[in-house]
Structures are given as structure tokens and as C-alpha cells.
Design a protein around this ligand. Structure first.
Ligand SMILES: C[S@@+](CC[C@H](N)C(=O)[O-])C[C@H]1O[C@@H](n2cnc3c(N)ncnc32)[C@H](O)[C@@H]1O
Length: 217
């Protein structure tokens, strides 16, 4: 499960405040919402408008149950306006209007759990399937994000192999989404050469590589 602390950090990195400039509330989307960790943290941070979707009806039922528990436990959250639906992240633009989303904050499908004994060929196959999914999803993110909209996303590193290559990062840039960390000069050295931050514990087979992108065209 995505650690709630990391979910909260990712929402903050989106730089969308719960209340946006024009008085309208910022709209966050998690298109791989799983059991709803990011959406629940968004609710706790004061985001009134959020959208969650997932390919799995079971995941959607879990998200609904978790959010219902949260709003029942904390009456101040009873006015939440969260839209939840079962949807393939590679078809987001069939449901969401162009230029309608302020930020996408998500931990996508990270691949099957690893035992550690998988041969290199098997890892390469998983990576190829994951990167295809991510690039298709990014083509949709581009359509539905507002100008300057952001994507805060985790790409897994499987046994030291990044799931997105440098070349694929360039493809994402060509699509119109460029790396956009808003970090003070002093903290720049914390970023990798790929403009990412690695979040992992020693011995983990799957590490998390966090990226922030901004829609530039
Ligand atoms: C790593 S989980 C997300 C976990 C979530 N951050 C949480 O903590 O509950 C990834 C989710 O992606 C979903 N998924 C896989 N392929 C998808 C697709 N094409 N479109 C949307 N969701 C998909 C899976 O059903 C799974 O719930």
C-alpha cells in the first residue's frame, strides 16, 4: 500500500491548493485510485473536489467504503464532492472534458509482486508492459489537464531497472509534459539526473521513483 505520508507529500507537490485562485476549488484526479489512499489524504487536507477511478470494480468498491468510513468518522468532511467511477486510465478522455483537471496525483499499477528470483527477461517483459500502460495514460493526461496542470506520479524501479527509460521520459516531454519540481535551489542536489526522487527502504524489490510533470503545451 502507498504510505499515507507519501500520498500527502505527493498531493502537496501538485501545488494545487484546496481553493484555487479564482475562488474555484482545485480538481485533483487519481486515475489508478486502488483503495483510495490518495483520495482519503486529499480529503483530510481539505480538497472538496476530487475524482477517483480505477479499472477494477473491486478497487472502486474499496475506495467508496474507505471514503464513507472517513466522512462518517469526521463530520467536517460530510460536504465532500468526490466523483468515483470504474474507468480505464488509457480512456480518461472518454469521460473527462479537455482542460478540466488541475492535477493528477497517482500511484499507477506497479506490476505483479516480485519474489526476487525472476530472470532478467521476465523483469524486462513486465517493464515493457508497464511503460506501455504509462505512456498511453500520459497521452490521456495531456488531453484532460488544464494548461499548467501537473502530474505527480510514481514509476516503479524493479530490481534496479527503471520502468520508464530516459528515452520514454523524452517521449513524455515531446507529448507536452515536462519535469517541473518546484524545489528551492538548495535542495536541487536531492533530485536525480532524471529529475526524480527515489523513495525506498533498504532491501525493497520494488522502489518508487517520484516524478512531477507540468503541462507545457
Ligand atoms: C498500485 S495500485 C494503486 C494503489 C493506491 N495508490 C492505494 O494506495 O490504494 C494500482 C491500481 O491500478 C489499477 N489499474 C491497473 N490497470 C489500470 C488501468 N488500465 N486503468 C486504471 N486502473 C488500473 C489496479 O486495479 C490497482 O487498483
Amino acid at each position: 500500500m502507498l504510505p499515507p505520508k507519501l500520498a500527502k507529500m505527493m498531493i502537496n507537490l501538485s501545488t494545487v491548493s484546496p481553493l484555487s485562485k479564482g475562488g474555484l476549488r482545485g480538481v485533483l484526479l487519481d486515475p489508478f485510485c486502488g483503495s483510495g489512499t490518495i483520495l482519503m489524504q486529499a480529503a483530510l487536507l481539505g480538497y472538496q473536489n476530487a475524482i477517483g477511478s480505477d479499472l477494477s470494480p473491486k478497487a472502486m468498491a474499496d475506495t467508496k467504503q474507505n471514503l464513507a468510513f472517513l466522512t462518517k468518522s469526521l463530520p467536517q468532511l460530510s460536504t465532500l464532492n468526490y466523483q468515483l467511477s470504474t474507468l480505464d486510465a488509457t480512456k480518461l478522455s472518454t469521460t473527462h472534458k479537455p482542460n478540466s483537471i488541475d492535477a493528477i496525483v497517482t500511484e499507477p499499477f506497479l506490476g505483479p509482486p516480485l519474489r526476487g528470483s525472476e530472470p532478467t527477461e521476465a523483469i524486462k517483459k513486465i517493464i515493457s508492459e508497464l511503460s506501455t500502460l504509462y505512456l498511453r495514460a500520459f497521452a490521456e493526461f495531456k488531453k484532460i489537464l488544464k494548461p499548467d496542470g501537473r502530474v505527480v506520479i510514481i514509476f516503479p524501479i524493479l530490481k534496479s531497472w527503471p520502468s520508464i527509460s530516459d528515452q520514454q521520459l523524452e517521449q513524455i516531454k515531446t507529448l507536452g509534459l515536462a519535469p517541473a519540481w518546484n524545489v528551492p535551489e538548495l535542495l536541487r542536489p536531492l533530485l536525480t539526473k532524471r529529475h526524480s526522487v527515489i523513495y525506498s527502504r533498504p532491501g525493497q524489490r520494488i522502489e518508487r521513483e517520484i516524478f512531477v510533470f507540468k503541462k507545457i503545451k
